[in-house]
Design a protein around this ligand. Structure first.
Ligand code: NAP
Length: 332
Protein backbone atom coordinates (compact mmCIF):
# COMPACT_ATOMS: atom_id res chain seq x y z
CA UNK A 1 0.00 0.00 0.00
CA UNK A 2 1.36 3.43 -0.98
CA UNK A 3 1.99 5.75 1.98
CA UNK A 4 2.19 9.51 2.51
CA UNK A 5 3.16 11.82 5.38
CA UNK A 6 0.43 14.31 6.31
CA UNK A 7 1.98 17.74 5.70
CA UNK A 8 4.76 18.44 8.17
CA UNK A 9 3.16 16.42 10.98
CA UNK A 10 5.23 13.26 10.69
CA UNK A 11 1.98 11.22 10.71
CA UNK A 12 2.22 8.56 7.99
CA UNK A 13 -0.92 7.04 6.45
CA UNK A 14 -1.97 4.94 3.48
CA UNK A 15 -2.84 6.93 0.32
CA UNK A 16 -6.25 5.26 0.22
CA UNK A 17 -8.43 6.22 3.18
CA UNK A 18 -11.69 4.60 4.26
CA UNK A 19 -14.52 7.17 4.28
CA UNK A 20 -17.17 6.40 6.90
CA UNK A 21 -19.93 8.91 6.19
CA UNK A 22 -22.27 6.19 4.87
CA UNK A 23 -21.45 4.07 7.93
CA UNK A 24 -23.12 6.80 9.99
CA UNK A 25 -26.34 6.11 8.07
CA UNK A 26 -27.48 9.75 7.97
CA UNK A 27 -28.00 11.00 4.40
CA UNK A 28 -27.18 7.53 3.03
CA UNK A 29 -30.50 5.80 3.74
CA UNK A 30 -29.27 4.05 6.90
CA UNK A 31 -26.45 1.58 7.58
CA UNK A 32 -26.09 -1.94 8.96
CA UNK A 33 -23.87 -2.08 12.06
CA UNK A 34 -22.41 -5.56 11.50
CA UNK A 35 -21.60 -4.80 7.85
CA UNK A 36 -20.08 -1.46 8.86
CA UNK A 37 -17.78 -3.07 11.42
CA UNK A 38 -16.82 -5.77 8.91
CA UNK A 39 -16.01 -3.07 6.34
CA UNK A 40 -13.69 -1.25 8.76
CA UNK A 41 -11.88 -4.48 9.66
CA UNK A 42 -11.59 -5.47 6.00
CA UNK A 43 -10.06 -2.08 5.20
CA UNK A 44 -7.34 -2.65 7.80
CA UNK A 45 -6.71 -6.21 6.54
CA UNK A 46 -6.23 -4.79 3.04
CA UNK A 47 -3.63 -2.28 4.24
CA UNK A 48 -5.81 0.85 4.49
CA UNK A 49 -4.58 2.59 7.63
CA UNK A 50 -6.41 5.93 7.36
CA UNK A 51 -10.03 6.09 8.54
CA UNK A 52 -11.92 9.36 7.99
CA UNK A 53 -15.02 10.11 10.05
CA UNK A 54 -16.85 13.11 11.59
CA UNK A 55 -19.18 13.77 14.52
CA UNK A 56 -21.95 14.83 12.16
CA UNK A 57 -21.96 11.49 10.29
CA UNK A 58 -25.02 10.03 11.99
CA UNK A 59 -24.70 12.52 14.89
CA UNK A 60 -21.98 10.50 16.60
CA UNK A 61 -22.88 7.10 15.14
CA UNK A 62 -20.04 6.82 12.60
CA UNK A 63 -17.42 7.73 15.23
CA UNK A 64 -18.94 5.23 17.65
CA UNK A 65 -18.82 2.43 15.08
CA UNK A 66 -15.22 3.27 14.17
CA UNK A 67 -14.29 3.25 17.87
CA UNK A 68 -16.09 -0.05 18.45
CA UNK A 69 -14.57 -1.79 15.40
CA UNK A 70 -11.03 -0.70 16.24
CA UNK A 71 -11.30 -1.41 19.95
CA UNK A 72 -12.90 -4.87 19.67
CA UNK A 73 -10.42 -5.86 16.97
CA UNK A 74 -7.39 -4.49 18.88
CA UNK A 75 -6.66 -2.43 15.76
CA UNK A 76 -6.20 1.10 17.12
CA UNK A 77 -2.39 0.91 16.93
CA UNK A 78 -2.50 -0.03 13.24
CA UNK A 79 -4.55 2.92 11.99
CA UNK A 80 -4.66 6.70 11.86
CA UNK A 81 -8.02 8.24 12.73
CA UNK A 82 -9.06 11.45 10.99
CA UNK A 83 -12.11 13.20 12.39
CA UNK A 84 -13.52 16.71 12.25
CA UNK A 85 -15.03 19.59 14.22
CA UNK A 86 -16.86 22.79 13.39
CA UNK A 87 -20.38 21.59 12.63
CA UNK A 88 -23.17 21.65 15.16
CA UNK A 89 -26.76 20.45 15.06
CA UNK A 90 -30.11 21.09 16.72
CA UNK A 91 -33.41 19.33 16.01
CA UNK A 92 -31.69 17.31 13.26
CA UNK A 93 -30.57 20.49 11.45
CA UNK A 94 -26.85 20.95 10.85
CA UNK A 95 -25.08 24.32 10.86
CA UNK A 96 -21.53 25.62 11.02
CA UNK A 97 -20.00 26.39 14.41
CA UNK A 98 -16.23 26.54 14.82
CA UNK A 99 -16.19 28.69 17.94
CA UNK A 100 -13.46 27.63 20.40
CA UNK A 101 -15.99 26.49 23.03
CA UNK A 102 -17.73 24.23 20.50
CA UNK A 103 -14.42 22.68 19.41
CA UNK A 104 -13.38 22.11 23.02
CA UNK A 105 -16.58 20.17 23.58
CA UNK A 106 -16.35 18.28 20.28
CA UNK A 107 -12.83 17.00 20.89
CA UNK A 108 -13.87 15.43 24.20
CA UNK A 109 -16.97 13.84 22.61
CA UNK A 110 -14.90 12.48 19.70
CA UNK A 111 -12.17 11.04 21.92
CA UNK A 112 -14.83 9.26 23.97
CA UNK A 113 -16.75 7.88 20.99
CA UNK A 114 -13.57 6.83 19.20
CA UNK A 115 -12.23 5.23 22.41
CA UNK A 116 -8.82 6.80 21.97
CA UNK A 117 -6.40 9.10 23.77
CA UNK A 118 -5.51 11.21 20.73
CA UNK A 119 -6.76 11.89 17.21
CA UNK A 120 -4.21 11.53 14.42
CA UNK A 121 -5.76 14.18 12.14
CA UNK A 122 -8.25 16.82 13.33
CA UNK A 123 -9.97 18.87 10.61
CA UNK A 124 -12.34 21.84 10.54
CA UNK A 125 -15.24 20.44 8.52
CA UNK A 126 -16.54 23.67 6.88
CA UNK A 127 -15.41 27.28 7.34
CA UNK A 128 -17.60 29.10 9.88
CA UNK A 129 -17.79 32.59 8.39
CA UNK A 130 -19.16 34.06 11.62
CA UNK A 131 -16.15 33.05 13.74
CA UNK A 132 -12.72 34.61 13.07
CA UNK A 133 -10.67 31.84 11.46
CA UNK A 134 -7.71 32.82 13.65
CA UNK A 135 -9.67 31.84 16.81
CA UNK A 136 -10.43 28.43 15.38
CA UNK A 137 -6.82 27.97 14.26
CA UNK A 138 -5.51 28.98 17.67
CA UNK A 139 -7.72 26.39 19.36
CA UNK A 140 -6.44 23.60 17.11
CA UNK A 141 -2.85 24.67 17.83
CA UNK A 142 -3.59 24.42 21.56
CA UNK A 143 -5.10 20.96 21.16
CA UNK A 144 -1.96 19.78 19.41
CA UNK A 145 0.27 21.19 22.17
CA UNK A 146 -1.94 19.41 24.72
CA UNK A 147 -1.34 16.10 22.89
CA UNK A 148 -4.99 15.57 21.97
CA UNK A 149 -4.37 15.75 18.21
CA UNK A 150 -1.33 15.00 16.05
CA UNK A 151 -1.97 16.68 12.69
CA UNK A 152 -4.20 19.61 11.73
CA UNK A 153 -6.41 20.00 8.67
CA UNK A 154 -9.28 21.93 7.16
CA UNK A 155 -12.00 20.85 4.75
CA UNK A 156 -13.92 22.85 2.14
CA UNK A 157 -11.64 25.87 2.70
CA UNK A 158 -10.36 28.24 0.01
CA UNK A 159 -6.69 29.28 -0.33
CA UNK A 160 -7.52 32.67 1.28
CA UNK A 161 -9.11 30.90 4.26
CA UNK A 162 -6.08 28.61 4.53
CA UNK A 163 -3.78 31.65 4.45
CA UNK A 164 -5.67 33.13 7.41
CA UNK A 165 -5.50 29.81 9.28
CA UNK A 166 -1.79 29.30 8.59
CA UNK A 167 -0.95 32.80 9.85
CA UNK A 168 -1.75 31.40 13.32
CA UNK A 169 -1.24 27.61 13.14
CA UNK A 170 0.50 25.40 10.55
CA UNK A 171 -1.80 23.27 8.40
CA UNK A 172 -0.97 19.71 7.39
CA UNK A 173 -3.97 18.79 5.23
CA UNK A 174 -6.98 20.05 3.29
CA UNK A 175 -10.04 17.94 2.42
CA UNK A 176 -11.94 19.15 -0.67
CA UNK A 177 -14.24 17.28 -3.08
CA UNK A 178 -12.13 15.80 -5.89
CA UNK A 179 -12.87 13.14 -8.45
CA UNK A 180 -13.04 12.78 -12.24
CA UNK A 181 -16.37 14.63 -12.34
CA UNK A 182 -15.60 17.31 -9.72
CA UNK A 183 -12.31 18.98 -10.59
CA UNK A 184 -12.82 22.56 -9.39
CA UNK A 185 -9.83 22.38 -7.00
CA UNK A 186 -7.44 22.13 -9.95
CA UNK A 187 -7.88 25.90 -10.35
CA UNK A 188 -6.80 26.89 -6.85
CA UNK A 189 -6.68 24.45 -3.90
CA UNK A 190 -4.58 21.74 -5.57
CA UNK A 191 -1.74 24.03 -6.74
CA UNK A 192 -1.89 25.91 -3.42
CA UNK A 193 -1.53 22.67 -1.45
CA UNK A 194 1.32 21.38 -3.62
CA UNK A 195 3.19 24.68 -3.14
CA UNK A 196 2.58 24.82 0.63
CA UNK A 197 3.38 21.16 1.38
CA UNK A 198 -0.22 20.44 2.40
CA UNK A 199 -1.61 16.93 1.78
CA UNK A 200 -4.95 16.77 -0.07
CA UNK A 201 -7.55 14.28 1.22
CA UNK A 202 -9.86 14.01 -1.81
CA UNK A 203 -13.40 13.30 -0.76
CA UNK A 204 -16.07 11.65 -2.87
CA UNK A 205 -13.33 9.93 -4.89
CA UNK A 206 -16.05 7.78 -6.52
CA UNK A 207 -18.46 10.73 -6.86
CA UNK A 208 -20.86 9.11 -4.38
CA UNK A 209 -20.76 5.79 -6.24
CA UNK A 210 -21.26 7.17 -9.76
CA UNK A 211 -17.68 6.16 -10.64
CA UNK A 212 -18.05 2.65 -9.19
CA UNK A 213 -19.48 1.45 -12.52
CA UNK A 214 -22.39 -0.11 -10.60
CA UNK A 215 -24.92 2.72 -10.70
CA UNK A 216 -27.57 2.26 -13.40
CA UNK A 217 -30.14 4.62 -14.90
CA UNK A 218 -32.84 2.61 -13.08
CA UNK A 219 -31.34 2.58 -9.58
CA UNK A 220 -33.65 4.27 -7.08
CA UNK A 221 -32.21 5.73 -3.87
CA UNK A 222 -34.28 5.29 -0.72
CA UNK A 223 -35.01 7.23 2.49
CA UNK A 224 -32.72 10.16 3.24
CA UNK A 225 -30.07 9.06 0.69
CA UNK A 226 -28.44 12.31 -0.54
CA UNK A 227 -28.37 10.96 -4.09
CA UNK A 228 -32.13 11.61 -4.24
CA UNK A 229 -31.36 15.31 -4.50
CA UNK A 230 -27.82 15.22 -5.94
CA UNK A 231 -28.21 16.96 -9.35
CA UNK A 232 -25.85 14.46 -11.01
CA UNK A 233 -28.22 11.58 -10.18
CA UNK A 234 -31.36 13.30 -11.54
CA UNK A 235 -32.89 11.91 -14.75
CA UNK A 236 -31.86 14.97 -16.80
CA UNK A 237 -28.16 14.53 -16.00
CA UNK A 238 -27.56 10.92 -14.90
CA UNK A 239 -27.51 9.50 -18.46
CA UNK A 240 -24.67 11.86 -19.43
CA UNK A 241 -22.60 10.84 -16.42
CA UNK A 242 -23.33 7.16 -17.09
CA UNK A 243 -22.22 7.60 -20.71
CA UNK A 244 -18.92 8.99 -19.41
CA UNK A 245 -18.60 6.06 -16.98
CA UNK A 246 -19.15 3.57 -19.83
CA UNK A 247 -16.48 5.25 -21.99
CA UNK A 248 -14.05 5.40 -19.04
CA UNK A 249 -14.73 1.71 -18.33
CA UNK A 250 -13.80 0.81 -21.95
CA UNK A 251 -10.63 2.89 -21.74
CA UNK A 252 -9.61 1.37 -18.38
CA UNK A 253 -10.20 -2.15 -19.67
CA UNK A 254 -8.52 -1.69 -23.07
CA UNK A 255 -5.41 0.14 -21.88
CA UNK A 256 -4.79 -1.32 -18.45
CA UNK A 257 -7.10 -4.30 -17.89
CA UNK A 258 -8.72 -2.34 -15.06
CA UNK A 259 -12.24 -1.34 -14.01
CA UNK A 260 -13.58 2.22 -14.03
CA UNK A 261 -13.55 2.20 -10.21
CA UNK A 262 -9.83 1.33 -10.20
CA UNK A 263 -9.17 3.98 -12.85
CA UNK A 264 -11.08 6.66 -10.91
CA UNK A 265 -9.15 6.05 -7.69
CA UNK A 266 -5.80 5.77 -9.52
CA UNK A 267 -6.50 9.05 -11.28
CA UNK A 268 -6.94 10.85 -7.93
CA UNK A 269 -3.68 9.37 -6.64
CA UNK A 270 -1.83 10.46 -9.79
CA UNK A 271 -2.85 14.14 -9.42
CA UNK A 272 -0.39 15.27 -6.73
CA UNK A 273 0.16 14.97 -2.98
CA UNK A 274 -3.24 13.31 -2.65
CA UNK A 275 -5.11 10.72 -0.63
CA UNK A 276 -8.26 9.15 -2.10
CA UNK A 277 -11.09 8.84 0.45
CA UNK A 278 -13.21 5.85 -0.58
CA UNK A 279 -16.59 5.53 1.06
CA UNK A 280 -17.52 1.91 1.73
CA UNK A 281 -20.11 0.42 4.05
CA UNK A 282 -19.78 -3.28 3.19
CA UNK A 283 -16.54 -5.32 3.20
CA UNK A 284 -16.97 -6.57 -0.40
CA UNK A 285 -16.98 -2.97 -1.69
CA UNK A 286 -13.27 -2.81 -0.81
CA UNK A 287 -12.29 -5.93 -2.78
CA UNK A 288 -10.79 -3.90 -5.67
CA UNK A 289 -8.17 -2.17 -3.43
CA UNK A 290 -5.29 -4.21 -4.88
CA UNK A 291 -6.22 -3.10 -8.40
CA UNK A 292 -5.61 0.55 -7.52
CA UNK A 293 -2.03 -0.04 -6.43
CA UNK A 294 1.19 -0.50 -8.38
CA UNK A 295 0.46 1.30 -11.65
CA UNK A 296 0.01 4.83 -12.99
CA UNK A 297 -1.87 6.56 -15.78
CA UNK A 298 0.33 7.84 -18.59
CA UNK A 299 -0.08 11.24 -20.28
CA UNK A 300 -1.90 9.77 -23.30
CA UNK A 301 -4.48 8.05 -21.09
CA UNK A 302 -5.01 11.25 -19.08
CA UNK A 303 -5.60 13.15 -22.32
CA UNK A 304 -8.12 10.51 -23.47
CA UNK A 305 -9.89 10.77 -20.12
CA UNK A 306 -10.13 14.55 -20.48
CA UNK A 307 -11.57 14.13 -23.99
CA UNK A 308 -14.23 11.69 -22.71
CA UNK A 309 -15.22 14.06 -19.91
CA UNK A 310 -15.37 17.00 -22.30
CA UNK A 311 -17.56 15.08 -24.74
CA UNK A 312 -20.00 13.64 -22.17
CA UNK A 313 -20.15 16.29 -19.43
CA UNK A 314 -19.42 19.62 -21.06
CA UNK A 315 -20.83 21.63 -18.12
CA UNK A 316 -19.54 19.97 -14.94
CA UNK A 317 -21.34 20.66 -11.66
CA UNK A 318 -19.60 21.30 -8.33
CA UNK A 319 -21.15 19.46 -5.34
CA UNK A 320 -22.39 22.70 -3.78
CA UNK A 321 -25.67 21.04 -2.77
CA UNK A 322 -23.81 19.49 0.20
CA UNK A 323 -22.77 22.78 1.86
CA UNK A 324 -24.34 23.26 5.32
CA UNK A 325 -25.82 26.66 6.28
CA UNK A 326 -24.15 29.28 8.40
CA UNK A 327 -24.81 29.60 12.12
CA UNK A 328 -28.48 29.96 13.02
CA UNK A 329 -29.71 33.52 13.44
CA UNK A 330 -30.75 32.78 17.04
CA UNK A 331 -27.04 32.21 17.77
CA UNK A 332 -27.41 28.57 18.88
P1 NAP B 1 -17.68 8.09 -2.48
O1 NAP B 1 -16.52 7.48 -1.82
O2 NAP B 1 -17.47 8.81 -3.74
O3 NAP B 1 -18.83 7.00 -2.75
C1 NAP B 1 -19.23 6.13 -1.72
C2 NAP B 1 -20.31 5.20 -2.23
O4 NAP B 1 -19.90 4.53 -3.41
C3 NAP B 1 -20.57 4.08 -1.24
O5 NAP B 1 -21.40 4.48 -0.19
C4 NAP B 1 -21.20 3.04 -2.14
O6 NAP B 1 -22.59 3.36 -2.31
C5 NAP B 1 -20.46 3.25 -3.44
N1 NAP B 1 -19.36 2.28 -3.58
C6 NAP B 1 -18.19 2.24 -2.92
N2 NAP B 1 -17.45 1.18 -3.31
C7 NAP B 1 -18.18 0.52 -4.22
C8 NAP B 1 -17.99 -0.66 -4.98
N3 NAP B 1 -16.87 -1.39 -4.87
N4 NAP B 1 -18.95 -1.02 -5.84
C9 NAP B 1 -20.09 -0.29 -5.97
N5 NAP B 1 -20.35 0.82 -5.26
C10 NAP B 1 -19.39 1.23 -4.40
O7 NAP B 1 -18.47 9.10 -1.52
P2 NAP B 1 -18.37 9.59 -0.04
O8 NAP B 1 -18.51 8.46 0.92
O9 NAP B 1 -19.27 10.75 0.07
O10 NAP B 1 -16.89 10.15 0.09
C11 NAP B 1 -15.85 9.43 0.71
C12 NAP B 1 -15.57 9.97 2.09
O11 NAP B 1 -15.12 11.33 2.01
C13 NAP B 1 -16.79 10.05 3.04
O12 NAP B 1 -17.14 8.78 3.54
C14 NAP B 1 -16.25 11.00 4.07
O13 NAP B 1 -15.34 10.35 4.93
C15 NAP B 1 -15.52 12.01 3.19
N6 NAP B 1 -16.39 13.17 2.82
C16 NAP B 1 -16.10 14.38 3.38
C17 NAP B 1 -16.85 15.49 3.10
C18 NAP B 1 -16.46 16.81 3.70
O14 NAP B 1 -17.23 17.78 3.64
N7 NAP B 1 -15.30 16.90 4.30
C19 NAP B 1 -17.93 15.40 2.21
C20 NAP B 1 -18.21 14.17 1.62
C21 NAP B 1 -17.43 13.06 1.94
P3 NAP B 1 -23.74 2.27 -2.05
O15 NAP B 1 -23.32 1.52 -0.82
O16 NAP B 1 -24.97 3.05 -1.88
O17 NAP B 1 -23.77 1.43 -3.27
Amino acid sequence: MEKIILGASGVETSRIGLGTWAIGGWMWGGADEAESIAAIRRAVELGITLIDTAPVYGFGHSEEIVGKALCAGGLRGQVQIATKAGLNWADGKVFRDARPARIRREIEDSLRRLRTEAIDLYQIHWPDLETPIEETARTLGELRREGKIRAIGVSNHSPAQMDAFRAVTPLDTVQPPYNLFEREIERDVLPYAAEAGITVLSYGALCRGLLSGKVTAERVFEGDDLRRYDPKFKPDRRPRYLAAVAALQSLAQARYGKSVLELALRWVLDQGPTIALWGARRPDQLDPVGGVEGWSLDAAAKAEIDAILQACVDQPLAPVFMAPPERRPDGV
